[in-house]
Design a protein around this ligand. Structure first.
Ligand SMILES: Cc1cc2nc3c(=O)[nH]c(=O)nc-3n(C[C@H](O)[C@H](O)[C@H](O)COP(=O)(O)O)c2cc1C
Length: 421
């Protein structure tokens, strides 16, 4: 183990992905699952967000990955046994200097059940027991074969831990396994534990995201190429900052963030109804309507698969679908309303002009416009360039950058307005 007093070179990545976890000390407890191979990556992503990470390995974990690997990954000494240094108390005890969060990843069936029963017979279970007593938040990321995961006693123990305030992340059920959640999902879950008191704490935000589709017959649809990523990033950023977030999500391919309520819909009519029902059931502070809802629906929908051999052409008459923004404004006049508007191949000034007109017509508070004909902008890409226009026709241009960064800029504006109300 490292003894020199010089800084560990592995720490050169600290804060290279932002400072959301700056000054946070995280204990990464690793148990005897093959998914332990993911731990260096998990530790280093947490470090890139600014966290100091301290690894604790159960005896079985040490047969799967070597402690040197985690010492290299974190740049900190690794706990492999409990000694006269009472490492479990030093890390997670009730004293002033202690960890901010305990992350058990991967968590075996064995360790989860032992934590639920208050058994502490390994480095990891002793840290967890101590954390319960000191009120340190615990996040558990299970990984095991699906047959182990479906053990009724384990299920009961997970329910018990959830009622005790433990956050569970994943697993992903794939190939007969309850696989460890993705690294990004784990990092997000950790970050959102700290941002529950962020600048949007206590607010409720409704996001619509993704495309919708309109059926011509039971198998043919009219839709667009939206992945829903822009709305998902808005939801993710709002969650990170402590908002309670509901996403009404059409059939997009983007992965919704852990912690948001997701309402799945297919058609524009379903999205329209879901928006009304949500806005009637709870008081939202802001509505961010990023969804690329299909604007047209066939007047006639066939209830059989329309054959092509007998009639090689088919006349389809379309009618406009109802405007979700308008009903959102009528149902929730007090909410801060932010629609998105996509245009195709227009100049900047035309884009802003059309956006401002839509903002006035729908009595919105801000509008976000983009031109999806531009390179790397709009549907099914990870980047966006937008113009944000307010009621006084003031324009903020956000040049091409990741949708995550665009979402952050937008949530900065929304948070300032919502908090000022
Ligand atoms: C190669 C290998 C992989 C294992 N993977 C898992 C796993 O993914 N999940 C699990 O619950 N147990 C797994 N086990 C079984 C656990 O290691 C075993 O239950 C052990 O007692 C767990 O101890 P710990 O929870 O203290 O780390 C695995 C065992 C081996 C040898």
């Amino acid at each position: 183990m490292r003894k020199s007093g010089f800084p560990h070179p592995s720490k050169d990545i600290l804060q290279t992905r932002g400072a959301k976890l700056k000054e946070k000390r995280l204990v990464l407890c690793i148990t005897g699952s093959v998914a332990a191979v993911k731990c260096p990556e998990i530790a280093r992503q947490l470090m890139r967000c600014g966290a100091e990470v301290f690894a604790v390995l159960s005896p079985m974990a040490q047969k799967i990955i070597h402690p040197y690997l985690m010492e290299w990954a974190t740049g900190n000494p690794v706990v492999t046994e409990l000694t006269g240094g009472i490492e479990h108390v030093t890390l997670a005890g009730a004293q002033k200097e202690k960890a901010d969060l305990i992350l058990v990843a991967p968590a075996t069936a064995n360790t989860i059940s032992k934590i639920a029963l208050g058994v502490d017979d390994t480095t990891v279970t002793s840290v967890a027991s101590t954390a319960f007593g000191s009120g340190t938040p615990i996040v558990i990321v299970p990984a095991m074969h699906e047959s182990m995961y479906q053990h009724p006693v384990l299920e009961e123990n997970i329910r018990k831990l959830k009622t005790l305030g433990v956050t569970f992340v994943g697993p992903r059920i794939e190939e007969g396994k309850a696989k460890i959640a993705g690294t990004e999902e784990i990092v997000e879950a950790v970050v959102s534990k700290f941002y529950a008191c962020g600048d949007l704490a206590g607010t409720k935000i409704l996001v619509t995201a993704g495309p919708t589709l309109e059926y011509l017959d039971p198998i043919r649809v009219i839709t667009n190429k939206s992945s829903g990523l822009m709305g998902i990033e808005v939801a993710r950023e709002a969650l990170w900052r402590g908002a309670e977030v509901t996403v009404i999500f059409g059939p997009g391919t983007a992965s919704p963030p852990e912690g948001a309520r997701i309402i799945r819909v297919e058609t524009t009519a379903e999205m329209y109804e879901a928006v009304i029902s949500e806005l009637k059931s709870r008081k939202y502070d802001a509505i961010v309507a990023t969804a690329a809802a299909a604007d047209w629906t066939p007047v006639k929908q066939y209830d059989y698969k329309v054959p092509t051999r007998k009639a090689p052409s088919l006349d389809v008459k379309l009618k406009a679908t109802p405007k979700i923004i308008d009903v959102a404004r009528r149902t929730s006049p007090q909410a801060f309303l932010v629609p998105f508007k996509a245009e195709y191949n227009v100049s900047d000034s035309e884009l802003v002009e059309r956006a401002f007109k839509r903002l006035k017509d729908s009595n919105a508070d801000l509008i976000v416009a983009n031109d999806i004909a531009r390179k790397d902008v709009g549907f099914n890409v990870e980047t966006n360039e937008v113009f944000i226009v307010d009621k006084k026709r003031r324009v903020i241009h956000i040049s091409l950058r990741t949708k995550r960064e665009v979402a952050k800029n937008l949530i900065d504006l929304i948070a300032a307005k919502v908090k000022a109300r």
